[in-house]
Design a binder for this molecule. Structure first.
Ligand code: FO1
Length: 317
């Protein structure tokens, strides 16, 4: 097809890396990144949007390369002062990062929608591609564990994912609406990519926003997921641990089954190539390649392979 239109669903660090790869190879106007906001929470009186910030910082080239989240060249004076006064420092907020949360919170309090704030921040950061939060409604993820229900960041950062997970709740998701531009981008896309983010708490919330899954399932588009599980492990984060605690062996096949009928294609790492047959038996075509992204060049290479794979599937119809 002439002009390929891609919509990519992304969560945290892994999703941001592939989004960066896609942004390196696709012209602005051909790529919309739809970002999970289930990780968002109110902390120190501020609205923190970790996955939106991780995607934007990564696309702007200002992300902390060591952690993947937060800013590069960061300083920690505010956190030091807060800690010295007995405040909570378990969620590390650098001085530059704090400036973003202050301005976002200020504008949210004025009634500006998160999607408009994000668009303006992208402009300020020189990001050419379109980044849209999945919804302008606040739909924080809660994690059911053997120690009770925990807010996502309480589970993920404060408790370092130790509690045993038994389920999730996306608060208010049934009344949430896709942010302006999300359904339009999905409808216009001939390729939808589910980035290698946590299927439970990064991609799951996006698909749970009423209207989003339906827009993806409309005909004449290819839907390709990139497995976040490689060799039974997640590259980063608790995805494999969550599968195990929910009674599912963490494999690429398990992820393909998790996304089910949504998928036309599934990208797995070569270490999992032996699972291709079972995945194809489920009606999903597979691409086996080097799926670990260590460098920015890796991100662009993998993105190129995913786009070519998706283009072939889209042509097949
Ligand atoms: N993750 C951590 O493991 N420890 C932190 O102190 C931390 C702070 C933080 C601040 C801003 C931000 O945007 C992300 C931050 N993250 C931190 C990562 C965050 O918890 C995850 O990136 C997402 O919620 C899941 O991908």
């Amino acid at each position: 097809m002439a002009q390929l239109k891609v919509a990519a669903l992304a969560g945290g660090v892994g999703g941001a890396k592939l989004a960066d790869g896609l942004a390196q190879i696709l012209p602005p106007g051909s790529l919309t990144v739809i970002v999970n906001t289930g990780d968002d929470f109110e902390h120190l009186g501020l609205r923190i949007c970790p996955d939106v910030d991780t995607v934007c910082y990564t696309l702007a080239g200002i992300a902390n390369p060591a952690t993947g989240w937060g800013r590069a060249d960061e300083t920690w004076q505010a956190m030091e002062t807060l800690g010295a006064l007995g405040g909570p420092t378990w969620f590390r907020l650098g001085d530059r990062d704090l400036g973003v949360h202050l301005e976002r919170t200020r504008r949210l309090r004025m009634g500006h929608p998160l999607s408009r704030i994000t668009r303006d921040f992208c402009r300020s950061w020189g990001i050419q591609h379109t980044v849209i939060p999945m919804s302008d409604d606040f739909v924080p993820t809660w994690v059911y564990t053997n120690e009770g229900e925990l807010g996502f960041q309480e589970y993920f950062v404060h408790r370092q994912c130790h509690p045993q997970v038994t389920g999730f709740r996306f608060e208010g998701i049934e009344n949430a609406r896709p942010a302006p531009g999300v359904v339009e981008a999905l409808r216009a896309a001939n390729l939808v990519i589910l980035c290698p983010s946590n299927p439970w708490v990064s991609i799951g919330p996006i698909l749970a926003v009423p209207g989003i899954r339906q827009a993806i399932e409309e005909p004449r588009k290819a839907v390709v997921a990139v497995s976040p599980i490689i060799g039974g492990q997640a590259i980063k984060g608790p995805a494999a641990k969550m599968y195990r605690e929910l009674g599912i062996e963490p494999t690429a096949l398990a992820v393909a089954r998790h996304y089910g009928s949504l998928l036309s294609g599934f990208v797995i790492d070569t270490v999992d190539a032996s699972q291709s047959g079972e995945i194809q038996a489920a009606g999903v075509q597979t691409l086996s390649t080097a799926a670990v992204m260590k460098t920015r060049a890796d991100r662009a290479r993998l993105a190129g392979e995913v786009v070519e794979f998706g283009r072939r599937l889209a042509v097949q119809g």
